[in-house]
Design a protein around this ligand. Structure first.
Ligand code: NAI
Ligand code: MG
Length: 497
């Protein structure tokens, strides 16, 4: 890599090698002594060695979380004190914006302009929003029809929560999981993705600095099949919150059966983005571009099925492919980069495999359609790809690609496009571009997905619920909807006679 703005060795956090895990307030190596390498996807070189957690480390972390939940300072903190800790953490995240953004970009590959302007500030925002909820977890008084009974409810934490997160937004995913769990008074064992463990571990240092008592947050990096599976099956874990593939979501659910732990799942998607002919096409094209290419398409809500009304199809497609060709591909640390590398060799192979499948089944890549060469050949770069001549039944129109690849599909009527958009095992998100208010609300009602964006795409806010229909998962994150996932209701009956 020639354009790097930052030498990884300039980041103090990366000078400690191997990077350790956080258990019971201590930074420790793996019980086995094993480490694994995390790779810089822009260059294919090793960024850091990280302690490799396995079932023994998970056991220790769960024991620390259990101890912190049952005794010690955490259960005695007032809601206000819990809120202050979360607020303090938000401030620390903000104060370390540059460092966290660089770590995120080095580990994941994403453009620094986004890690700086979105990933880190939205992470801070998430902690701040949930700091406010700590003091607002109210029960109810219930007017039961039995004389002399005073009946009320308490909203109590679930207990020890296991949280397993993916590599596409490592820091934000950590905050989506940690903030509501902690606001509600739970303790946590967090397992970051093996591709991108660094920012969550640095966040762990900030959690210690903020003053969270030991054992409240434990962070165990490691692989899914070992550390993740051990956490999902652990008999002393009360709940698992998972974001990742639908395939692994099903395994998590099976593993949860042992002790009937609660499970919430945020899984894959194949989201339709629908452009009507009356839309403001300049914005719709730009919206279609960012819907699929933001974060190299590695977004669960990526607008990967682009439905365009027949009458404007050619115009939209040529606008989209022109704009895609103008995107600057390069190492994430280069401030001019629009499109960074994919996260890993595995993801590179998966995405280029889908591109080949698309071509074989008869679709035509009018832009992109291959891995990037020349000075980017060592990294995991794939050109932004727009497929024309796609049929609904083709693999690229049905399966989640999780890369910068969009399948364009012409349509003729509202009813037709709604039915085709809904013909998917997934139901995470959808976009609608139209200036007709009746058509907009009609589509919002017809689409079977957890979120519908009208004349915009990929909007997220800590206050707005997010989650899936169908095999995109269940449970909601963000807003007050997530509080149900991290609390349980106790009903108390008092005989006043
Ligand atoms: P994955 O679902 O395997 O990984 C996500 C997390 O689950 C990681 O922390 C991983 O270590 C953990 N994990 C893996 N196997 C596990 C197991 N048996 N038990 C417990 N935890 C386990 O996703 P992967 O392999 O990285 O990507 C595969 C595909 O999944 C992607 O191409 C994409 O289609 C989809 N995906 C969707 C995401 C989303 O945000 N909805 C995020 C990441 C991947
Ligand atoms: Mg996997």
């Amino acid at each position: 890599m020639t354009t790097s703005a930052t030498d990884p060795t300039e980041i103090a956090f990366l000078r400690q090698q191997p990077v350790k895990m956080l258990i019971g307030g201590q930074w420790v190596p793996a019980a086995s002594g094993k480490t694994f390498a995390t790779i810089n996807p822009a260059t294919g070189t090793v960024l850091a060695q990280v302690a490799e957690g396995e079932s023994e480390d998970i056991n220790r972390a769960v024991a620390a979380a259990r101890k912190a939940f049952e005794s010690g300072p955490w259960p005695k903190l007032t809601p206000s004190q819990r809120g202050r800790l979360l607020w303090r953490l938000a401030e620390l995240v903000e104060q370390h914006t540059t460092e966290l953004a660089e770590l995120e970009t080095l580990d994941n590959g994403k453009p620094i302009k986004y890690s700086r302007a979105a990933d880190v500030p939205l992470t801070a925002d998430h902690f701040r929003y949930f700091a406010g909820w700590a003091t607002k977890l109210e029960g109810e008084t219930i007017p039961v029809s039995i004389p002399n009974m005073f009946t009320y409810t308490l909203r109590e934490p679930v207990g020890v929560v296991g949280q397993i997160i993916p590599w596409n937004f490592p820091l934000q995913m950590a905050s989506w999981k940690l903030a509501p769990a902690l606001a509600c008074g739970n303790t946590v064992v967090l397992k970051p993705a093996e591709q991108t463990p660094l920012s969550a571990l640095r966040l762990g240092e900030l959690i210690c600095e903020a003053g969270f008592p030991e054992g409240v947050v434990n962070i165990v990096p490691g692989f899914g099949e070992t550390a993740g599976a051990a956490l999902a099956a652990h008999p002393d874990v009360d709940k698992i919150a998972f974001t990742g593939s639908t395939e692994v979501g099903k395994k998590i659910l099976q593993a949860s059966a042992g002790n009937l732990k609660r499970v919430t799942l945020e899984l894959g998607g194949k989201s339709p983005n629908i452009i009507f002919p009356d839309a403001d096409l300049k914005y719709a094209v730009r919206g279609a571009l960012t819907a699929i290419f933001f974060n190299q398409g590695q977004v669960c809500t990526a607008g990967s099925r682009l439905f365009v009304h027949k009458s404007v199809y050619d115009q939209v497609l040529s606008g989209l492919s022109d704009a895609a060709q103008k995107m600057k591909m390069g190492p994430g640390l280069d401030p001019a980069t629009d499109l960074g590398p994919l996260v890993s060799q595995e993801q590179l192979e998966r995405v280029t495999g889908y591109i080949e499948a698309g071509k074989q089944e008869g679709a035509v890549a009018i832009t992109g359609g291959k891995r990037a060469g020349s000075d980017l050949a060592n990294g995991y770069f794939v050109e932004p790809t727009v497929f024309d001549k796609v049929e609904d039944e083709m693999t690229i129109a049905r399966e989640e690609i999780f890369g910068p690849v969009v399948a364009a599909l012409p349509f003729e009527s509202v009813e037709e496009v709604a039915a085709r958009a809904n013909r998917s095992i997934y139901g995470l998100a959808a976009g609608v571009w139209t200036n007709d208010v009746k058509q907009a609300h009609k589509m919002a009602a017809l689409l079977k997905s957890g979120v519908v964006w009208v004349n915009t795409y990929n909007q997220f806010d800590a206050a707005a619920p997010f989650g899936g229909y169908k095999q995109s998962g269940y449970g909601r994150e963000m807003g007050h909807a997530v509080l149900d996932a991290y609390t349980q209701i106790k009903t108390v009956w008092v005989n006043l006679r």
